[in-house]
Design a protein around this ligand. Structure first.
Ligand SMILES: [Zn+2]
Length: 473
């Protein structure tokens, strides 16, 4: 559920918040059984409130609406997405045309099924969202405000470490098929130049909750993961906010970790360039391909440059190979003939050509996707389980990037996302190296274990490899 005020200029001046004494429902299942409809959780970011509603599944045709009141009772129904018994909805108050803003919005939830109406009206008290004026003193950045930190930890239902566990990595609870997201978040957290930027750069103290929505929530999340106070957090707020940005992440189901990684980096980049014209995403992750197409007839050639965020490498059909074999495969000449002939500006006609790819600029953070999922002749997705041996240290890309010096082209591994099982019911986990502790961890949702790095390089489930340039300037 999302309640958002759309009045012009409201963003900077006001925020919604739940009353300080608000407690989330306890004994959820018992309450759903008794009341049929329950507001499961609610959290606010700027002028938006997000929530989840749980109903007893009493029939196929069901309808949930929120009735809210500002100055007097108004009734509206809203766009809904239904996932099993969980309902998420979005509501906007477009009617705040008066110059005096109300102090609060009260609301209750109505569930209609088989012509019966059921209500969750907070035991007749209604739910209240307070409208607060933003002042200099009330900063809404997790980097600046202790009270805000406590609230964010509450939103994520953060569970503290026992005193003897300090320094261990914080786990992320699986929300149902969301291991793809948890794995990517852990790998990005351990991308130390990225995390340092988010936690230390001055620009991060001035982000707007309402404009830089993804950057703001990513900052909240990595702050909780990094602060070493918590053993487990439940990433519902992050998941719900990205679900509102991209439909496929709305429901709790398995998605491709590689696609999610690209989606997240792209959205972070879009938010960051609004704050400043450059972005750390470009600085760290963007590399450049150079492709040279040569005419077979006249040897005239043309050069194109293209940005990449991730190197996608096909895996040869064998039981065992090295990462270098996969890289080799990528840079083999591609012959352009028949339907894929190329227009040669010298010959002034379509000619057979040959295309060669190389890396022109290496990224500081190199992400490699091993292309394990492929469509077979019957158009079914199949998984390639070939064991790809990859170096944990001193991966050299000099052959792929002839313009680099041998020192520049050296990389160290710091994270690996693995995919076990089949495409539809598989599971993602991630291995990450902690720079401070010089220790590897295995993150399997909320389960975190120390990991022996000797076992790192023989992993036939490795799907995404994260390398950092050794001599990045
Ligand atoms: Zn030609």
């Amino acid at each position: 559920m999302s309640v958002s005020s759309e009045k012009q200029g409201l963003n900077q001046e006001y925020s919604l918040c739940m009353p300080k004494d608000f407690e989330r429902s306890r004994n959820l299942l018992q309450q759903v059984y008794e009341k049929q409809v329950v507001l499961e959780y609610i959290f606010t970011r700027g002028i938006t409130a997000y929530g989840g509603i749980r109903v007893n599944n009493r029939g196929f045709h069901k309808e949930v609406s929120v009735k809210y009141s500002i100055d007097q009772w108004k009734t509206a129904s809203f766009k809904l997405t239904i996932t099993n018994d969980e309902l998420l909805l979005m509501l906007s108050t477009k009617d705040s045309t008066s110059s005096i803003l109300p102090m609060s919005i009260s609301f209750a939830i109505c569930y209609v099924v088989h012509e019966h109406n059921f209500w969750d009206n907070n035991y007749s008290l209604d739910y209240i969202l307070e409208i607060e004026e933003n002042t200099e003193k009330r900063s809404k950045s997790i980097l600046l405000d202790d009270a805000f930190r406590v609230q964010i930890a509450k939103d994520y239902r953060a569970i503290s470490h026992g005193s003897d566990q300090a320094g261990i990595v914080c786990g992320l609870k699986n929300l149902g098929g969301t291991c793809f997201m948890n794995s990517v978040l852990q790998s990005l957290l351990f991308t130390s130049p990225l995390t340092s930027y988010f936690l230390l750069n001055e620009d991060m103290k001035n982000i707007s909750v309402s404009n830089e929505i993804i950057v703001n929530e990513y900052l909240n999340l990595i702050y909780l993961l990094f602060c070493k106070k918590y053993a487990v957090i439940i990433p519902v707020p992050f998941k719900q906010i990205i679900g509102h940005m991209q439909d496929i992440y709305f429901e709790n189901q398995q998605q491709d970790a590689h696609e999610f990684l690209l989606f997240l980096l792209d959205y972070l980049h879009e938010d960051l360039i609004r704050i400043k014209s450059t972005s750390i995403i470009v600085d760290l992750f963007h590399g450049t391909y150079k492709s040279t197409t040569t005419c077979i007839d006249c040897e005239h050639f043309s050069i194109n440059f293209e940005t990449f965020v991730c190197l996608t490498l096909p895996i040869p059909l064998t039981s065992r190979c090295t990462l270098e074999d996969c890289l080799q495969h990528l840079y083999e000449d591609e012959y352009l003939a028949d339907d894929s002939r190329w227009f040669c500006s010298e010959c002034q006609r379509l000619c057979n050509g040959k295309k060669r790819l190389e890396i022109y600029k290496l990224p500081k953070i190199l992400i490699i996707q091993l292309k394990r999922f492929q469509l077979n002749h019957e158009f079914n997705w199949i998984k390639n389980d070939t064991l790809v041996l990859y170096p944990a240290d001193n991966l050299s890309l000099q052959q792929s990037c002839p313009s680099s010096s041998s020192q520049q082209a050296l990389y160290t591994l710091y994270s690996v996302i693995s995919h076990q099982g089949s495409l539809n019911d598989g599971h993602y986990t991630t291995f990450c190296r902690d720079n401070e502790q010089l220790q590897w961890f295995e993150c399997d949702d909320e389960k975190i274990k120390y990991f022996n790095s000797d076992k790192l390089d023989s992993n036939s489930n490795a799907y995404l490899l994260f390398y950092i340039m050794k001599n990045a300037t």
